[in-house]
Design a protein around this ligand. Structure first.
Ligand SMILES: *Cc1c(COP(=O)(O)O)cnc(C)c1O
Length: 307
């Protein structure tokens, strides 16, 4: 059984002790959900409240950044550069992390500036992030070396973090998180954007666990290959359920927003409509339809993203 709520401040302790740069990290609780839907299906639902791990670099983004920040520091880089849309949780997290560690940051933002700035971008600016807007067309070339060379000519030296923060170091961080989850569950469920988080979870939990990821964008089947490419060895204990994108990335329906509101009212857990709301909606729908065998314990990762 999971211990009750523990609220404790610890610091990331990097293996490289000479590294002064640490993000503060709070150990997060596992919260059991009590609901007649669960009783009827004979399953338990636990939520790992990773949304509470940090006030602004929250949820999976903190783990995805951990080893990237360590690497940037090792390389002596003073500036982080990354990419995202105007509503990107990743942009928000990178701005906050850079500020906390005393690094500069640049956000290459897809599309034109729209004023007034939304919450993500005004927060990023308040944390000292420089915003660099590029057209959607140019943005598509964000992984090409010619474009990155241009960015170096404009901004000088920087440590590059890809869009959404997914790379091998991000997977390494999430793998470390996954190893803290213990063994008291049968199914592990999470929202999937780029698949970096899912890959880390697959890497980090033992092979008898089943993992179920919920892509939040349309036609998410391509993510199976993306995730396979991020895994350090072959695993067969995971699948993606692509039925719960609710029309596409950041698209919402009344059914989804009602679910999020009701869940918050009942359990005092805020979900976001882009990621965790869709994934947990999927979990509840599958529970209702008898997908999980009676007696199963489902652990859902609250990956943050609520502001
Ligand atoms: C970014 C994000 C995800 C998606 O993570 P990936 O590693 O890109 O799949 C899931 N949940 C929340 C809250 C996020 O902000």
């Amino acid at each position: 059984m999971y211990p009750p709520f523990r609220s404790q401040k610890i610091n990331f302790t990097y293996r490289d002790r000479s590294c002064q740069n640490m993000l503060s990290y709070s150990i997060t609780p596992v919260q059991e959900i009590h609901d007649s839907v669960l009783d009827k299906a004979g399953v338990r639902l636990l939520i790992k409240r990773e949304d509470l791990n940090h006030s602004s670099v929250s949820g999976n983004k903190l783990w995805k950044l951990k080893y990237n920040l360590e690497e940037a520091t090792k390389l002596g880089q003073k500036c982080l550069l990354t990419f995202g849309g105007a509503y990107s949780n990743h942009i928000y997290a990178v701005a906050a992390a850079a500020h906390e560690l005393g690094l500069d940051s640049i956000g290459v933002i897809r599309g034109e500036e729209t004023l007034p700035l939304n919450k993500v971008l005004s927060f990023a600016i308040s944390k000292g992030m420089k915003l660099h807007y590029v057209s959607r067309e140019i943005y598509r070339s964000k992984t090409e070396s010619a474009f990155i060379d241009t960015l170096h000519k404009t901004f000088g030296d920087f440590y590059l973090i890809p869009e959404g923060g997914t790379n091998n170091l991000a997977v390494k961080g999430v793998t470390e998180f996954a190893k803290t989850l213990g063994k008291d569950f049968d199914y592990l469920c999470c929202a999937v954007g780029t698949g970096g988080t899912m890959a880390g979870l697959i890497n980090g939990v033992s092979l008898e666990k089943k993992l179920l990821g919920f892509p939040v964008l349309k036609n998410g089947e391509f993510l199976v290959e993306e995730i396979k490419n991020l895994l350090s060895s072959e695993h067969k204990n995971w699948i993606l359920n692509t039925d719960y994108h609710v029309g596409g990335y950041a698209k919402v329906t009344l059914q989804l927003t009602t679910f999020i509101e009701n869940f918050n009212a009942k359990h005092q857990i805020q979900l976001d409509p882009v990621y965790t709301g869709k994934a947990l909606f999927g979990v509840f729908d599958l529970i209702t339809n008898g997908y999980f065998p009676t007696g199963s314990t489902i652990l859902f990762i609250h990956s943050g993203g609520v502001r």
